[in-house]
Design a protein around this ligand. Structure first.
Ligand code: FES
Length: 153
């Protein structure tokens, strides 16, 4: 077999072996574009406490517990939940200070979250009121369902 024929066979073999991979990749991308462009005939999945259009909610505690204690801190999820004193709406924020990661606490008398490590202060909506922290606390979606506080994190 001469060199030209050998290279021809190698090329055909390469194309034949890659064809299924190329077809599979095209199918995947065409499926994705169908999902993104959204076929109106497809039914929307029901929104539940576990699935809010892609957001998963986790139970952080009970509203009665929040009312008694003034805040709920979930150390595993690094979330702190309070009721906004202005409108009584639930507020869920990252409990991890953006300076060096200490756990912030809600100080009702100050209407702010305070970090015990270096005294950074954050507003009800997580914005920095006083350094050394420079970044706001992350805000999470929160809702109440059947007396339970559910946070999307
Ligand atoms: Fe919070 Fe430094 S860790 S202010």
């Amino acid at each position: 077999m001469d060199r030209r024929k050998f290279l021809g066979w190698i090329s055909i073999g390469f194309l034949a072996s890659s064809l299924p991979v190329v077809i599979a990749a095209c199918n995947k991308s065409s499926n994705n574009s169908e999902t993104i462009t959204s076929d109106e005939s497809l039914p929307e999945p029901p929104i539940t406490s576990e699935n809010n259009g892609g957001e998963a909610y986790t139970s952080i505690g009970l509203v009665t517990q929040l009312d008694q204690e003034g805040q709920i801190v979930n150390k595993d999820k690094e979330v702190i939940v309070i009721k906004n004193p202005e409108n009584n709406n639930l507020v869920a924020l990252s409990s991890k200070c953006t300076h060096k990661g200490c756990m912030v606490n809600w100080k009702k008398e100050n209407n702010s979250f305070l970090c015990p490590c270096h005294d950074a202060e954050f507003s009800v909506s997580g914005e920095v009121l006083k350094g050394p922290a420079t970044k706001a606390l992350t805000v999470y979606s929160v809702k109440e369902e059947n007396g339970e506080i559910l946070v999307s994190k």
